[in-house]
Ligand binder design. Structure first.
Ligand SMILES: [Zn+2]
Ligand SMILES: [Zn+2]
Length: 422
């Protein structure tokens, strides 16, 4: 899997340069030992810092003890927000700056470590303990800062070591969440192609195919493999997805309208906070978005004449986003109306591509297919299972307002624009 990513980074048939900063990936038995050797061979091992939480401290000890280095255990269930990055950053600044940092844990531990490593110009290495999200090798940190879900330019790990006996022993719920995160690539890849066709946004066919094969292998595994063997193909798919983001230089190959839906719920503007995991929300978001896209496919024959000022006006945004309104408007029109992702659409963007778009929409899997796949691995498939409100009104608010979380063109963003243009 790494070979294919390296080949794309070295020389891509699309002619563009694709950066790849994670050059070592070991996902096999003995990876912990390889990590220890890697750190000892490159850094002052005693000055390394292993970052973990209470759930992963037992694995962090197995790394810190042979290296003779410090561990920093974040208390409770650590969230990637300004509070936890503040705690870790204070620790780094008030002690000897580490020679290297090791993120030992799941997604949030990685985002907190990545953010602080970048802030302090320290290299970091990834040691995922569960196949739960695809962000391990990502170069951006997905954070919730002061309530708003944001991504920050950050540092990719220079190496990743994943020990099957560790991540296969993680709770089944975490692996099921990883399947949900991967299933979301169905709509993410669809949105990428839509934007490529409508606005000419760069789409590298090699990276697109890499992600597509990662997605297919996880779908196949989730439909055929016993649950106790699922974590290995899921971890491989998640790593590949992270590499695709690195190569592409952004999260486009891995995140579309289904992720925006998950981020929307994480902002708690229309719902109370829930303990549902990222991939669980993405899985349900994918099911809802697929139905939404299929049900509104007819917009492809329409001409576009959006009043972008109106779509991102306080009148439209405030009733749902409340105190986050300024941040949301700033995200969508950072430098005036022409900076909106919607501004790239020409009057006949949709109608002149109607046939192509219709065929792409009809070849998307049905919501029921996705629901079955995630249900089979034990992931939630409905809003109440995520402890989110049920009912038409909440579904509709989520579908139409979630595209506002990012200034990124998705099919759902176009659907929302038609609804709010006047
Ligand atoms: Zn390329
Ligand atoms: Zn994700």
């Amino acid at each position: 899997m790494l070979k294919r990513a390296i080949a794309i980074a070295e020389r891509c048939p699309c002619g563009r340069k694709h950066p790849l900063s994670t050059s070592v990936i070991e996902c096999r038995d003995g990876a912990t030992e390889l990590l220890i050797r890697y750190i000892s061979g490159r850094y002052d091992p005693a000055r390394a810092l292993v970052v973990c939480d209470e759930n992963t401290a037992q694995y962090a000890e197995r790394i810190a003890s042979p290296l003779g280095c410090r561990m920093f255990t974040l208390s409770g269930s650590a969230h990637a927000n300004e509070i936890y990055t503040g705690i870790l950053s204070d620790h780094i600044k008030n002690t000897d700056i580490p020679s290297v940092m090791i993120a030992c844990g799941s997604g949030s531990i990685h985002d907190i470590t990545r953010f602080c490593a970048h802030e302090n110009s320290v290299s970091f290495v990834s040691y995922p303990t569960a196949a739960s999200v695809d962000g391990f090798v990502s170069g951006v940190a997905a954070m919730t800062m002061h309530g708003q879900k944001l991504t920050y330019p950050s540092t990719s790990p220079e190496a990743l070591f994943a020990e099957p006996s560790v991540f296969c022993g993680a709770p089944e719920r975490l692996t099921a969440s990883g399947v949900g995160d991967m299933i979301g690539k169905i709509t993410a890849l669809f949105d990428w192609r839509v934007s490529n066709i409508l606005t000419g946004e760069e789409l590298c066919p090699e990276i697109y195919d890499l992600m597509k094969s990662a997605l297919s292998s996880v779908i196949d595994a989730s439909r055929s493999m016993p649950k106790d063997r699922l974590a290995i193909p899921v971890m491989e798919g998640l790593i590949l997805s992270g590499l695709a983001m690195q190569l592409s230089g952004n999260s486009r190959p891995a995140s579309g309208s289904e992720h925006h839906m998950s981020h929307f719920w994480e902002m708690h503007v229309a719902n109370a906070p829930t303990d549902a995991l990222h991939g669980e929300k993405v899985g349900v978001g994918t099911v809802l978005m697929l139905s939404h896209i299929k049900a509104t496919a007819d917009i492809v024959s329409q001409e576009i004449d959006f009043d972008i000022g109106r779509i991102f006006s306080r009148d439209v945004v405030f009733p749902v986003y409340g105190t986050l309104t300024d941040g949301i408007i700033g995200e969508n029109i950072p430098n005036g109306i022409t900076s909106s992702a919607l501004a790239k659409l020409g009057k006949r963007s949709l109608s002149s591509n109607a046939e192509k778009l219709r065929s792409m929409i009809s070849s998307l899997p049905d919501a029921g297919f996705v629901k079955d796949a995630i249900e089979r691995v034990g992931a939630p498939v409905t809003l109440p299972m995520l402890s989110l409100p049920d009912g038409e009104e909440f579904v509709s608010t989520s579908l139409y307002y979630s595209p506002y979380v990012r200034n990124r063109l998705t099919f759902a963003k176009i659907i929302s624009a038609f609804r709010f243009e006047r």
